[in-house]
Write a protein that binds this ligand. Structure first.
Ligand SMILES: Cc1cc2nc3c(=O)[nH]c(=O)nc-3n(C[C@H](O)[C@H](O)[C@H](O)COP(=O)(O)OP(=O)(O)OC[C@H]3O[C@@H](n4cnc5c(N)ncnc54)[C@H](O)[C@@H]3O)c2cc1C
Length: 389
């Protein structure tokens, strides 16, 4: 089978890129496995979007990441309609942290970006912050920037919507794992684990952390992949009701003593409702594919989960939780903190490097990837970052 473009990786960025490529008129194959039924025994690749919730907000200390998010958020309703899946929950997002002194840089820079980019928000302090969000016990000196048109997305549903919209527009979806990409001069050959072989003019490698795997890209991509644990605190019906006005939260602790992010009550496929907290303080780098797979097969680190649960109880002392479980994930960082969207050869392109922030803006990153593959410059898209390593 032969295509204009093969997109490797049916995750957040690959599914968006494939949809945009098809809209631009390309004949596209999207190749990637579905989520495994049982992570513990799975032998193949994993993804960083196997979860029910990712924070979605424009407020950011980086102008470019704020703009990526802004562009994507504006298209959520359209993607939900085209793909037939709702994924955005507009519960608001609160960025909080010290307004002055040690650890105040993030809030200061975020306020500057919000002002410069005209991101609608409310600034809350002291009594006003407590009154607005009575379930949080922020210490004195904390500034809260609240963006009401933000919230969280279900990343699985986002992927499903992008795939649905892409397939409706001619994208061929192949549930397979790519084991080798070969640039054959006048095209590329993509070999899959099942033995299937596809040909195309170009290939986009959007394999998340697994874009590092040998045999896919023309040259190694400079991603640093870190193991991350996330903790889930189960809550009952009454607690879910009490917290029904809770927004998504990113919180920088006083005195620069770390940070965390918190998702409001979200119902999971096991039928239970959880608050999720991330902000794993342990930085364990995963350097090989074998290390990544081993980490994803497990459920994360118990100590890191206990630490994060403790932070959550400090912020929400009245929280009535039925217990804590945890899981593993991985975050891919790039040398400059920018997403990598670049051609390594005329035919082989990299689209990876979420830097812990790539879920909410997946549709915009995918669109930029599609433009690049179609031979268009990204210089006039309004971003100041380079998309190269
Ligand atoms: C714990 C955690 C919390 C996060 N929270 C947020 C948040 O609140 N907000 C936010 O915006 N972002 C968040 N992120 C970041 C976000 O999830 C990632 O940036 C995003 O998943 C990156 O998308 P991706 O498509 O590059 O990678 P992925 O989502 O990992 O998708 C990669 C896809 O490639 C496929 N693949 C890999 N190798 C192959 C192969 N050889 N052949 C075929 N397919 C292959 C995989 O199966 C997968 O589907 C978080 C990340 C983590 C780990």
């Amino acid at each position: 089978m032969s295509f204009d473009v093969i997109v490797l990786g049916a995750g957040l960025w690959g599914s968006a890129c494939a949809r945009h490529l098809a809209e631009m008129g390309a004949k596209v194959a999207l190749v990637g496995p579905a989520e495994p039924d049982n992570a513990a025994t799975h032998d193949g690749v994993f993804a960083s979007h196997y979860d029910q919730a990712r924070i979605s907000r424009r407020l950011d200390n980086s102008p470019d990441w704020a703009l990526f998010a802004n562009a994507a958020l504006r298209r959520y309703t359209e993607i939900e309609t085209l793909g037939g899946r709702k994924f955005f929950h507009k519960v608001g997002a609160l960025m909080a942290g010290p307004e002055t002194g040690t650890g105040s840089d993030y809030m200061r820079d975020t306020a500057v970006v919000a002002q410069a980019e005209g991101i609608e928000h409310e600034a809350l302090r002291g009594g006003a912050l407590r009154e607005r969000f009575p379930f949080f016990d922020f210490p004195d000196g904390i500034l809260g920037l609240f963006e009401k048109d933000a919230g969280w997305i279900n990343p699985r549903a986002h992927v499903a919507a992008e795939i649905g919209a892409g397939v409706a527009n001619g994208v061929m979806l192949l549930r397979d794992e790519v084991v080798e990409v070969e640039d054959i001069g006048n095209g590329v050959t993509v070999r899959c684990a099942t033995g299937e072989t596809l040909q195309a003019d170009k290939v986009v490698v959007a394999g998340g952390a697994f874009s590092k795997a040998p045999g896919l890209l023309a040259e190694p991509v400079p991603l640093q992949v870190y193991a991350r644990t996330v903790a889930f605190l189960e809550i009952d019906k009454a607690e879910t009701e009490r917290l029904k006005e809770m927004p998504s939260v990113v919180y920088f602790f006083p005195n620069g003593e770390g940070d965390c992010y918190i998702l409001p009550p979200v119902r999971y496929p096991d039928g239970k409702t959880y608050l999720k907290i991330g902000g794993d303080p342990t930085d364990v780098e995963l350097t090989t594919v074998a290390e990544m797979k081993d980490w994803f097969r497990g459920d994360g680190d118990t100590k890191a989960a206990a630490y994060m649960a403790e932070q959550l109880f400090k912020l929400m002392p009245d929280l009535a939780s039925k217990g804590v479980i945890h899981n593993s994930c991985a975050t891919s960082f790039t040398p400059r903190g920018n997403p990598l969207i670049y051609g390594q050869t005329e035919r082989v392109f990299a689209l990876t490097g979420g830097n812990g922030a790539g879920a909410k803006c997946a549709d915009e990153i995918g669109r930029l990837g599609a433009l690049m593959v179609m031979g268009q410059s990204l210089d006039d898209e309004g971003y100041s970052t380079t998309f190269e390593p």
